[in-house]
Design a protein around this ligand. Sequence first.
Ligand code: CA
Length: 237
Amino acid sequence: MPNTERSSSILIAEDEESLRETLKLNLELEGYEVTGVENGPDVLKMVKNEYFDLIILDIMLPEMDGITVCETIRMQHNDVPILFLSARNTGKDRVEGLKKGGDDYLTKPFNLEELLLRIDKLIVKNKRIREPQASGMDTYEFDGCLIDFAGHECRDKDGAMQELSKKEAALLKLLIEHEGEVVSREQILQIVWGYNVYPTTRTIDNFILNFRKYFEQDSRNPRHFHSIRGIGYKFTK
Ligand code: CA
């Protein structure tokens, strides 16, 4: 399923069952794919294995509070939008939540319509940031190699033509469009794979190994395709 047709996915972390189920139902009615969990550690488990467009995070959660959960997610270089829900309405709580990496904050009891508006805003904003600039780039040359994105082929370091799979061409394009910048694993999976459920980490690694075979003079000391441990991948010319 192409990324553009995929409905947005939301993770709700809320230990009050009735509130969690009400939210889930209402968000599903809005067309979102919704997963509910009831404690902090389960949030961390979920975000490790799946991509979410947004997390609704209650602050008072069993085992690990929402603020610590948010802080942990940010330490893992994951910038999924996070909207805090809290029963406490103190300025301190709000500031603390936003400081630890939250994007928005709503106090219980809240107005459902307001929540839906805020969710929509956060998801749209995040998608705009993530979407690659539509570029008219058809081919790209570097270090004696040539990539033909549309034709799904490349001329490798030895001057031989190699076929590229659709995903290989898409990943090359994404990395090259962000030349000199680290592209996160999460971003790659969302843009190139476009599925909610992640393939394994090794999947991207294997693609990068292939790129090194094609384009690097010495694939053990890559000059162009770099893995940044725990963060993502980077292309340099
Ligand atoms: Ca709670």
